[in-house]
Design a protein around this ligand. Structure first.
Ligand SMILES: Nc1ncnc2c1ncn2[C@@H]1O[C@H](COP(=O)(O)OP(=O)(O)OP(=O)(O)O)[C@@H](O)[C@H]1O
Ligand SMILES: [Mg+2]
Length: 263
């Protein structure tokens, strides 16, 4: 993949926690507009990989290149400013704040006049605030959470909270969004809704996606390409069909004896 078509290049990234090697020389590229999945057994290093991309962790070795720019040494908020959005494996909403305010938090770093909204800037700031409100309302419409926009986030069902978290991540206007198990703990209907939203934000909003997901049905249905991690190493990468029939992947998931049963 050339620099021009890749939105993200992960180059030989390793990550060490004391004696634990969470990632070992992992390399892959995500194309602009791609919906890319990272799968692998528990503890394989998937969340660690996301954290290296978002800036929460700095790789021990290797580089992370976003839109042609080396971001390895940038902080999470700097990477967010450049267009890397994310959700968390464990929910990170403000339970005592309304859905609307939670989403506005995602928008906050875009508010340029936040602290200058005194005498001189009040008109400008107001117009800006209004345009932010509109952008947030678009997101609320898109994710079909209009009916709960005033509700306290903490009172919502798990599935809805996940949706609000996604709304907040989109509010940041990312070019690339990182989704860590967006469907974990959801029932079938909630999963189908979430899958549809992910496809739409990819296809209609043009946001590139990296998704970690354990539900293989979902991964195979909606992702364009898949990378497989096992014990911190990339053991496969390819189209969903190729991954499903890859013997190494079957073994990683089920152990040698049960490998036949995946097919
Ligand atoms: N902050 C940390 N400190 C020490 N070790 C960590 C830390 N974060 C992750 N690890 C270790 O790194 C390895 C990879 O963990 P990681 O959370 O990236 O796996 P994962 O693929 O996301 O797993 P899961 O599917 O359970 O979410 C594990 O051995 C884990 O214990
Ligand atoms: Mg994880």
């Amino acid at each position: 993949m050339s620099e021009e078509t890749a939105i993200l290049d992960v180059r030989a990234v390793s990550l060490q926690f004391g004696g634990v090697r969470a990632l070992s020389g992992v390399t892959f590229s995500v194309a602009k507009g791609e919906l890319f999945a990272i799968i692998g057994p528990n503890g394989a290093g998937k969340t660690s990989m996301m954290n290296c991309i978002s800036g929460r962790y700095t790789p021990t070795d290797g580089r992370v290149v976003f839109k042609g720019r080396d971001v390895t040494d940038l902080k999470p908020n700097q990477r967010a400013d450049l267009g890397i959005g994310r959700t968390f494996q464990n929910l990170a909403l403000f339970g005592h704040m309304s859905v609307l305010d939670n989403i506005m938090v995602g928008r906050h770093h875009l508010l340029k006049n936040g602290f200058l909204s005194g005498a001189l800037y009040w008109g400008l700031a107001q117009r800006e605030e209004l345009s932010h409100r509109r952008a947030v309302e678009d997101i609320i419409d898109f994710l079909e959470i209009t009916h709960i926009r005033k509700a306290m986030a903490g009172t919502l069902s798990y599935g809805l909270r996940k949706r609000v978290e996604l709304a907040r991540a989109i509010a940041l206007k990312p070019d690339l969004i990182l989704l860590d198990e967006p469907m974990a703990g959801m029932n079938l209907e909630e999963k189908e809704d979430m899958a549809r939203f992910i496809i739409d934000l990819n296809e209609e909003w043009g946001i590139s996606v990296i998704m970690i997901e354990h539900d293989m049905g979902v991964v195979m249905d909606i992702s364009h390409r898949v990378a497989v991690l096992d014990f911190g190493q990339k053991i496969a990468e390819g189209l969903p069909d190729e991954i499903m029939s890859n013997p190494r992947v079957k073994t990683a998931y089920l152990g040698e004896d049960d490998a036949e049963e995946v097919a």
